[in-house]
Design a protein around this ligand. Structure first.
Ligand code: GRF
Length: 194
């Protein structure tokens, strides 16, 4: 059973575009109801518009007003799962408490290692041998919510930040689809139990 999805982005949106394609080609049963960016220059927005997806920009600086507009939009679109994908704003506790276990985020590290900004750079600096990506529920902390799933990549000696980020991003695309699929199955099972 699919979700009414909202995808929140700030930048290039490759994860978002990959989710949109997976919904369009029925790999997922969900529907992307809206793609929202806090950055009007986000390159992903233009690309997804061309695919005929509903897009919105909320560039309100003040967090309370930003979240008021966001809540209204999510309710109007009957969204029941919010996917953060390179979304560079922190959501407040009061907003999140209305969306418990309904907002997920992708992060380019094996959490709980390297939370926050520059995760790939930190992994290179620490000379880790393995890194990867995690999807977690969003709570009030930065990248601290319950981990849903992860994928691992081997870091080679010749990897720099750019090369490793590319390797991880490839895994992110696989992981995001896998996690949404799992959540769709859970939703279906919950429904049949009711
Ligand atoms: C990804 O590495 C994601 O883990 C991080 O931001 C990046 C977004 O990439 N949160 P994209 O915009 O989906 O291409």
């Amino acid at each position: 059973m699919g979700f009414n999805l909202a995808i929140l982005i700030s930048g290039k949106g490759s994860n978002m575009l990959n989710i949109v394609d997976a919904c369009n080609n029925k790999t997922l049963s969900s529907n992307v109801k809206v793609v929202i960016s806090n950055n009007k220059n986000s390159s992903g927005l233009a690309k997804v518009k061309e695919k005929g997806i509903n897009t919105k920009i909320i560039d309100e600086i003040q967090i309370k007003k930003f979240e008021e507009r966001l809540s209204k939009l999510l309710c109007e679109e009957k969204v029941d799962l919010v996917c953060l994908a390179g979304f560079m704003r922190i959501l407040s506790e009061s907003f999140l408490c209305n969306w418990k276990k309904k907002i997920i985020n992708i992060h380019p590290s094996i959490l709980p290692a390297f939370k926050g900004l520059n995760a790939v750079k930190k992994a290179i600096e620490k000379k880790v041998k393995y890194s990867g990506c995690s999807i977690h529920y969003v709570d009030k902390g930065v990248d601290t919510g319950e981990i849903i799933d992860q994928r691992i990549v081997r870091v080679s000696k010749t990897d720099n930040e750019e090369k490793l980020a590319k390797k991880i991003l490839k895994e992110e695309h696989i992981l995001y689809i896998k996690v949404i699929k799992t959540l769709e199955k859970e939703k279906e099972n919950d429904k049949t139990r009711q």
